[in-house]
Design a protein around this ligand. Structure first.
Ligand SMILES: C[S@@+](CC[C@H](N)C(=O)[O-])C[C@H]1O[C@@H](n2cnc3c(N)ncnc32)[C@H](O)[C@@H]1O
Length: 208
């Protein structure tokens, strides 16, 4: 089984072949824009080729997109240059990178990444530390554990043959508890589009 980083490096070249700007995309941006202030410093974890990160930028002061795949970051930087977006930066990093300073982000977005993490509770606790007091966490996560048996088997097979990276079998209730246990107050949890299968959680950093 390939390591997650190697898997995404290999995928980077054709990641954008599948159009991403469907209804989920627009709704996702709208929800983020409603939470962000125009001066906010935002961290987007698992930025991939930067498509979503770049569209978040007009709603915030500055956005840092991070991804552990160097090739994804390279593509994202190219796209930012092409579009002339100047308030976005992309870096090859994982959330535990010491270059990220605690208490410096107003909001953190994590779209379709939590199910890919090696230690999701530890990463969520780290994201909490990176936020300012009261800062927002916005997540969208496929909760494979809640999908029907056929899908679960199919996904397992796809992972086994190396066509997908290792995936956590999260359940929505468990995910909500994990986020709360990492030091967040849950503001909203909702599946906006049942077809997407994405569990959307909006949470706020608890002060203590
Ligand atoms: C399924 S893609 C999601 C991309 C984008 N957020 C979206 O919703 O379209 C997952 C991305 O997260 C990155 N990723 C996975 N685990 C990561 C980690 N621990 N640190 C940084 N990036 C990670 C992968 O390299 C990949 O680009």
């Amino acid at each position: 089984m390939p390591k997650s980083k190697d898997f995404w490096d290999k995928r980077a070249g054709r990641y954008d072949a599948k159009p991403k700007k469907g209804p989920n995309f627009a709704a996702r941006l709208e929800r983020a824009a409603a939470v962000f202030e125009k001066t906010d410093r935002v961290l987007d974890v698992g930025t991939a080729t930067g498509e979503i990160t770049l569209d978040l930028a007009p709603h915030a002061g500055e956005v840092l997109g991070i991804d552990h795949s160097a090739r994804m970051v390279e593509a994202a930087n190219g796209r930012a240059r092409e579009r002339g977006v100047t308030n976005v930066r992309f870096e090859q990093m994982e959330p535990d990178d010491p270059r990220l300073e605690p208490g410096t982000f107003n909001a953190i977005t994590v779209y379709s990444v939590i199910h890919l993490l090696k230690d999701a509770p530890a990463t969520l606790a780290r994201l909490r530390d990176l936020l300012i007091p009261g800062g927002h966490l916005i997540t969208e996560t496929p909760c494979l554990g809640d999908w029907n048996l056929l899908w679960r088997i199919l996904i397992r097979l796809v992972v086994l043959v190396g066509m997908a990276p290792p995936i956590l079998s999260l359940e929505a209730d468990g995910l909500e508890k994990m986020i709360a246990d990492a030091g967040f107050e849950i503001i909203e949890r909702k599946v906006y589009n049942p077809k997407s299968g994405l569990e959307c959680v909006l949470a706020r950093k608890r002060s203590a």
